[in-house]
Design a protein around this ligand. Structure first.
Ligand SMILES: [Zn+2]
Length: 606
């Protein structure tokens, strides 16, 4: 018994020394590079421990494990020869420089948008880029940081003989070996997970979820960026192919008179903050007046498939059905079908600027505005972004509206900035639009509502008030024509409504109030007097459907119904105002059953 115990200890000691070999050969390299890449994650760990954010805490732990793994492997190489060590130092410093360059100049970490921009940059742009950033303050800071590292490395390696004593004492070697024995396998698990994401898969979401919960060290960030860019590219090409195919399919419109359809895609609109949906404050005087006049039909149970613009919009533009496992990129956007049916289609987008990288809208803009798409989807597009949504509307009125009115059938699509954070940037700084102030919330008594947070809520409600002003003007453009306007938001948000939190989070297992605030969106249809007169039957169906449970994903079918478009892509069961409508499962974030989560909580409460 004692003999075998002794043997086990011997084996363990041998394994320990074997594990420590590279570290003992290049101790300064190992320690320095671990600190260079890992220190930030240690701080991230400490910070999140202090505020009790366990998701970010685990991200920091995973990141540290990845750093230890990658640096250990590099140390194995570096310990082989002097030449190998110099090469490893150069590689590590180059990676650190790129991270610092990106962070200092663009205030972000290495991400898919940055990678995509680099890949799409041609020679002339690269020249301009270098000229702009070669000596920018952020780049100078990065040079200085790297220079200091080089001095430290030379000094450290010079005093190497003294540092050789590192890890000589038994307790040091045991501690180091134990750290490695935990960190290396855990880092290995992260690395294998990343590697598996390269296996072809029909879904973008495992990559997305991996990023939400996985490590954020420099290497993982690069791997994530490559994965996303690759996956988005595949999906985009499938969408282009299916669009070109759909453009050859027959599609027509039964309307023999004029008909104008407008679709307004709102942004970050929290349904309970809309006066028209019963909010305590009058945030929507114009829409409320339309409701009063019986021109506006509200829907009360519409759910967005994602709480992220790009993912939500790709699914609602596409004629697919998420519930039936159809992927958005295998079905054409409804705009293709409308254009083919003879509609004059315009797209005025305040979230896309062809001349600038937009960090809010990565894949959607690049896909929708791709040349292959535009040809089959739009007759006219805007050419720039505007500070406020009224600017977008003005440019539409000037450039597109006269053209739209020359056509018998039109589809005008707007993608506005709405109430996107930071809400105080969404409306002009004039008294007319600063309707609400912290004092407007005296009726609320939650303990977390400081003066600053009340101001934050006031900004949001003012942005909603401004949005209502823009909507009022949009409706006026079509008031004297036969027209229908469909207005909804891509997703919701939270603004200290029921907990001390503002924003959105991509978790699938959110508490019920968060589920409702972030996914259940305003959705309304406005009919001009001429439309109501011509189609009373359609108006009755709108009225009768107001309580239907539906996903935004089903939007194209309802639009085809409203505009009397006939196409093989129309499915009556997905048309929420059709008598044949059948509510399907409402899966959000491609993972959670929205209704199941809501009903489970009602059962536990009951
Ligand atoms: Zn959005």
């Amino acid at each position: 018994m004692n003999m075998s115990k002794h043997k086990i200890w011997q084996w363990l000691a041998t394994a320990r020394e074997w594990l420590l070999t590279p570290v003992k050969r290049a101790p300064f390299f190992f320690v320095f590079i671990v600190l260079l890449f890992g220190f930030g994650h240690v701080m991230q760990f400490v910070h999140n421990l202090s505020i009790g954010n366990y998701v970010s805490l685990w991200k920091a732990i995973k990141s540290m494990a990845m750093v230890v793994l990658v640096v250990y492997l590099l140390t194995c190489v570096a310990s082989c020869s002097r030449y190998a060590k110099v090469t490893c130092y150069v590689l590590a410093l180059a990676l650190k420089f790129v991270s610092l360059f990106v962070r200092n100049n663009f205030m972000v970490d290495i991400n898919p948008v940055i990678l995509q921009t680099v890949l799409e940059t041609d020679g002339a742009e690269a020249g301009d880029f270098v000229k702009t950033y070669i000596a920018s303050p952020g780049t100078l800071k990065a040079y200085a940081y790297i220079a200091i590292c080089i001095v430290l490395i030379i000094a450290g390696e010079h005093w190497m003989p003294r540092l050789k004593r590192w890890f000589n004492r038994k307790w040091q070697r045991v501690a180091m070996a134990l750290t490695l024995a935990v960190a290396l396998p855990y880092g290995g698990v992260q690395a294998v997970k990343q590697a598996l994401l390269f296996v072809p898969n029909d879904s973008f979401d495992p990559i997305f979820i991996y990023h939400q919960y996985g490590p954020t060290d420099a290497v993982s960030s690069i791997v994530y960026s490559v994965l996303v860019v690759r996956s988005v590219e595949d999906e985009a090409h499938r969408q282009y192919d299916v669009t070109e195919m759909a453009a050859k399919q027959p599609s027509n419109c039964e309307e023999t008179d004029t008909l104008h359809l407008m679709v307004v895609i709102g942004e970050t609109y929290i349904k309970p903050h809309a006066g028209v949906y019963g909010y305590e404050l009058p945030t929507t005087p114009n829409l409320s007046a339309e409701l009063e006049a019986d021109n506006l039909f509200l829907f009360h149970d519409m759910v967005a498939s994602h709480c992220n613009t790009s993912e939500s919009l790709k699914r609602l533009l596409s004629t697919n059905s998420e519930a039936q496992g159809q992927r958005w990129y295998d079905y054409p956007f409804f705009t293709t079908i409308f254009k083919k049916a003879g509609f004059f289609v315009t797209y005025w987008d305040n979230q896309w600027d062809p001349k600038k990288t937009n960090v809010y809208d990565f894949s959607l803009g690049a896909i929708v505005h791709n040349k292959r798409m535009v040809k089959h989807n739009f007759d006219m597009e805007n050419s720039q972004r505007y500070e406020y949504d009224k600017g977008l509307l003005d440019s539409y009125l000037k450039e597109a509206h006269p053209q739209v009115m020359k056509h018998r059938l039109s589809l005008s699509l707007f993608h506005i900035m709405g109430q996107h954070m930071y809400a105080n940037h969404r409306f002009p700084d004039v008294p007319q639009f600063k309707r609400f102030t912290p004092a407007s919330y005296n009726f609320r008594t939650e303990p977390w509502l400081t003066q600053e947070k009340r101001q934050y809520i006031a900004n949001y409600d003012n942005a909603t008030y401004y949005n209502d002003y823009v909507m009022g003007q949009l409706l006026d453009t079509l008031r004297n024509t036969c027209a229908v306007v469909v207005y909804f938001s891509d997703h919701g948000e939270e603004i200290y409504d029921w907990q001390d939190f503002a924003g959105r989070d991509e978790r699938v297992d959110k508490p019920v109030p968060s589920m409702k605030l972030q996914y259940c969106v305003p959705f309304m249809v406005w009919c001009s007097p001429a439309f109501k007169q011509r189609y009373p039957e359609c108006v009755e169906r709108l009225r009768a459907s107001s309580q239907h449970k539906a996903l935004l994903d089903d939007l194209p079918h309802m639009l085809m119904d409203l505009a009397r478009v006939k196409s093989g892509y129309y499915v009556a069961e997905h048309d929420l105002i059709s008598p044949s409508y059948k509510p399907s499962k409402r899966i959000v974030q491609d993972a959670a059953d929205y209704d199941e989560i809501i009903s489970k909580s009602q059962q536990t409460q009951g």
